[in-house]
Each structure stands twice: as structure tokens, then as C-alpha cells.
Design a protein around this ligand. Sequence first.
Ligand code: TRP
Length: 331
Amino acid sequence: METVLSGIRPTGNLHLGNYFGALRNFVKMQDENNCFFFIADYHSLTTHPTPEDLHANVKQVLSEYLACGLDPEKSTLYIQSDLPETAELYLLLNMNAYIGELERCTSFKEKIRKQPENINAGLLTYPTLMAADILIHKSHKVPVGKDQEQHLEMSRTFARRFNRLYKTDYFPEPQAYNFGNDLVKIPGLDGSGKMGKSEGEGNAIFLADAPDVIRKKVMRAVTDAGPTEPGQIKSETVENLFSLMSVMSAPDTFTYFEEQYNNCKIRYGDMKKQLAEDIIVFVEPIRQKIEEISADNAYLHKVAKMGSEKARASGGKTLKEVREIIGFRKF
Ligand code: TRP
């Protein structure tokens, strides 16, 4: 069985793009793989969150993961800081990570530009911490987006370097996991392309959004002046609205509005109203579940404890072997 691992920084609520991109596929792959899903709270310290925000964000992601169907019995669902072995492996990997390669990392250079007032060592060594996350379970597959490919490449470099240095084949080289056709791209509501939480207010529909919030966001979605001749090519913003509808609404609803567009009778207001209701039908049960779960501290405690125990069984074994390979031996 292959070991698949995915990490997510707890920086806010998950949206439909997260769901249709990865989350839905995570749920499906739990049966056929040895899955580790963790919340990267160490990583989020690079931006100096307050203790309250840190905790609230971790709790939110954990509740949302559970509400979407990640099963703590089938998978290992844990919080990164509940596996402190990660921090030790990070220390060890840092000894063989070179300043030059860390400084050349695109995400680091971007951070220097974006937050020049806080360029800390955690940012510089972000890729080694990520490699530690991956290698601590000797993961084979890591589902990552385009923005994380370089980090994954660096994880392979660190794994290879460790193996070479200690003349072993201990660490497998982690490969990117591709969802192929199961990856559904969800456009944002502001016409700018992808749904994302950093794209600005109103661009994303969150799984925790109440019906009224969803209605408001969808009604404000950017459109255009409408088609003036039959079969007119859609503007990008309208195309986005249609692709959202193709995912969220019934096929005949989609076809109906396509026809309305093609014969220039479309009223975007009507289309948005329908789209909003279809999104609500999908999101509302999830939202209710998120509320239920996040109010149940006893359950969250149980899940986190189980995750920590399973993660430490796996990570503890790796770390013990790594210490032995490096030459830390018991007297
Ligand atoms: N860097 C990832 C992100 O920002 C989160 C992450 C941390 C991660 N450690 C990981 C992803 C290990 C995959 C594997 O999205």
C-alpha cells in the first residue's frame, strides 16, 4: 500500500475550490492508501499568528476536514505539532540543507518581497520543515498544487542527499500525486480566475458560509452587459459563472441557461439566483456538520488524540531509525 501525505496550513476557512480540487479526492482515496492528513501549525508560525488565532484556525480546518468525510479511523488525521518528531527530523535535515538552495527557492524570494519586515529563519527553512513532514512517514505520494512543486522537488533532493551521505536507500523519493480528471477547477466569483481566499472579499464561497452569505456573494458575482447576437462567445467572467454552474447545478439547469444565453434572452439575475440555491443545497449540510463538530470539543479531543498516537507510531519509528543511521547510538 502506498503512503500518501497531505498538509495544509491553517490560514482560514476552506472554500469550494479546496473541496472540488483536493478534499473530495482525499475522501475517496482513504480506502486504497495509507493516508496521512495533517494540519501544518508549525508552518503557520512563520507569519506570527496570535495564540487565539492559531488555535481557532487549527480547530476550523480539523472540523471542516471531518465534516467533509475524512475518516480518522481510516486515515491518520493529525496536527503537525502533535508529532514533535517532525521538529527533530527538521533539525537533522537542516544540517544538510544549504543556504544557497534555500535562498533560491521561489516562495522564499516571494516572501522577501511581500513581508520584508519579517524574514525569519522559519521562512528560509520552510522547505526543510516540509521535507520533514513528508519524510517522517516515508511518504511515496504527495498531492500538491503547482505552487508547491518546487518544495516537493527540494524534499526529493533532501531525501536523495541523506541516502547518499549515509549510503542507504532509507528514504523513498516522494512524488507528486495527480488527481487527473478528478481535479475540478472552481473559478472565483470576481472574474479573476481561480477561487481563492487571498483573492479578495467575495471571491470565494466557503464551506462554512450560511445561505444568506452565499446568496449575497453569488448575486454580486461579476458578469457583463449580456450577449447581443446569437451564439456570441462568452466573456471570461460569464464563462466562469457557467463553469461554476456546470459543477453545482443539475445538467438540465445548465443547459437551460446555456440556451438562454445563446438566444440572447438570458437574465444573469435569474441565473445567479438559481446558482445560489444549488450551491446552498450542496454547502448547507456541510456547514451544519462543521458547526456540530466544532461545538463538540470531546469529539475533537478524541480525534486529535487518535491522530497523534497513530502519527507518532509511524513518525517515532522513522526517527528512531534515522538516529541510528546518523550514528546516535545507545550506550
Ligand atoms: N506548504 C504547504 C502549503 O502551503 C503545506 C504543507 C506543509 C505541506 N507541509 C506539507 C503540503 C507537506 C504537503 C506536504 O500548501
